[in-house]
Design a protein around this ligand. Structure first.
Ligand SMILES: [Zn+2]
Length: 461
């Protein structure tokens, strides 16, 4: 009879078991965070933390950081962000064309180039004849970049050489203190230290959004190609700069509070100026002669704007004839490397490229094979180097994405995604109302922990 007093009811057993499991999970969670070395018992605080008392995003772009460069050499600092944060498992997908200005501005606005207006690094406005060459006239730069969204809604933003950030727009005037003028000779160390110095200001002056640009390893990639030891040195250098960022944040006891996003704009592939790797438009002469004056860009994107003259009618039909004749030549088997170039009316380009809805895009676009180049005629050059700008379906054009900070899960890998999604992610972290953009409004949910959640939640689910 009395024995029953010592036997726990099934319900009570379950409660005790749950308490035991929760305690064990908490112990494991704490052990895990100590292992990262970034949270001593002295600095561990419940979220939201007290030091900054607001969400802060520091986005760092490493130009031309091809996905996979992190495996070329030891990158302990990038690895630390990856192990403590969320990584795009197979890299970040750039927008087409996979060039620097279109991609940096897509990251900033969440818009494809056809909608933000920077359709290439350089192009000609077909209506006015004005040439865009990375200039700062506001008329070229459409859409609403993150720094504008931030200041329009009362937050503070700092940009350091991010393409497009010097253009005045909305409430953003690019004040010198928060928006230094582009000068690629400024050492990377100075860029990092300058950005970090904003965290030493009085609390109400600390920016909410900081966007920092490194021009490497793109420069080394172009000069030497992606497989040269000098490129590997440039990757090491970027890792050291990430280390400098991490150390600077740790010294200020805010490494766990600042959301650090490390990404790139595109990848890099070997390109050789030689007959084996080139397609010559003069080789199409038996089918159609393409005047050099029609060609705005040869490669990695062949962009043709036929100059028919105002009196010629049915220009659309004539453009279609040019495309048909070019493709007939290229698929004839008689044009060297013809299989590696396909020509489209821009309206007929694959939809996945989102590259038609702008009058600035020339009417005829040629998609060039990975690592090949288009030229008018043969030269004796045999030089090899690196290039990008090709179809964004090529793996070599992918770059990195890592997010670290309280809204990013630790050690999480997510499938590759397009960089137009990033605008909404940053807006979500900062509590901003996003401007209309090409990303999915649901995407931040798939990448981020809910606002106000603690990172320990991930251990309970
Ligand atoms: Zn670039």
């Amino acid at each position: 009879m009395a024995k029953t007093k010592n036997v726990l009811s099934p319900k009570l057993s379950l409660i005790l078991l749950n308490i035991f499991i929760i305690a064990t999970i908490a112990a494991v969670a704490n052990a895990g965070s100590n292992d990262l070395g970034s949270r001593s018992s002295k600095t561990r605080r419940p979220w939201p933390f007290k030091k900054l008392n607001k969400s802060v995003v520091l986005m760092i772009s490493s130009d031309g950081f091809r996905f996979g460069y992190q495996f070329k050499t030891d990158t302990p600092n990038i690895d630390l962000l990856i192990s403590g944060g969320t990584e795009a498992k197979s890299g970040l997908i750039p927008v087409f064309p996979t060039m620097t200005f279109p991609n940096h501005y897509s990251i900033a606005t969440g818009l494809y180039p056809a909608y933000h207006g920077i359709i290439m690094n350089t192009f000609t406005d077909p209506v006015t004849g004005d040439v865009f060459n990375k200039g700062l006239q506001p008329k070229w730069w459409l859409g609403e970049p993150l720094w504008v969204t931030a200041v329009n809604q009362g937050l503070k933003a700092v940009t350091y050489f991010w393409p497009g950030s010097e253009v005045p727009k909305g409430s953003w005037t690019c004040p010198k203190r928060y928006c230094p003028r582009f000068n690629n000779s400024v050492p990377l160390e100075e860029r990092v230290d300058s950005v970090l110095s904003h965290f030493d200001h009085p609390e109400d002056e600390i920016p909410d959004l900081l966007m920092l640009y490194f021009n490497e390893p793109d420069k080394a990639g172009h000069n030497y190609g992606p497989d040269d030891p000098r490129l590997t040195n440039a990757v090491s250098r970027i890792d050291k700069m990430i280390g400098r960022v991490i150390e600077g944040l740790k010294k200020r006891e805010i490494f766990d509070e600042v959301h650090v996003i490390l990404l790139g704009d595109h990848g890099m592939v070997t390109n050789c100026e030689c007959n084996e790797k080139a397609i010559y438009t003069d080789d199409l002469a038996d089918w159609i002669k393409i005047p050099a004056a029609w060609i705005q860009s040869y490669s990695p994107v062949l962009a043709i704007n036929p100059l028919w003259g105002e009196n010629v009618e049915n220009q659309g039909e004539k453009n279609a004839e040019v495309v048909a004749k070019m493709n007939e030549a290229l698929s004839s088997g008689k044009v060297k490397n013809g299989d590696f170039l396909k020509v489209y009316l821009k309206e007929k380009l694959p939809e996945r490229l989102h590259y038609s809805e702008s009058y600035r895009i020339p009417p005829i676009i040629g998609m060039v094979g990975e690592g090949l180049m288009v030229r008018q005629n043969r030269t004796n050059s045999q030089e090899c180097y690196g290039d990008h700008g090709f179809d964004n379906k090529f793996f070599s054009m992918r770059t990195i994405f890592v997010g670290h900070g309280s809204r990013f899960r630790r050690g999480k890998k997510v499938p590759s995604f397009e960089n137009v999604q990033i605008y909404s992610v940053v807006a979500d972290i900062l509590g901003l109302r996003p401007a209309p953009n090409n990303g999915s409004s649901l995407f931040p949910l798939s990448l981020l922990l809910p606002f106000g959640a603690t990172r320990e939640i991930e251990y309970e689910v």
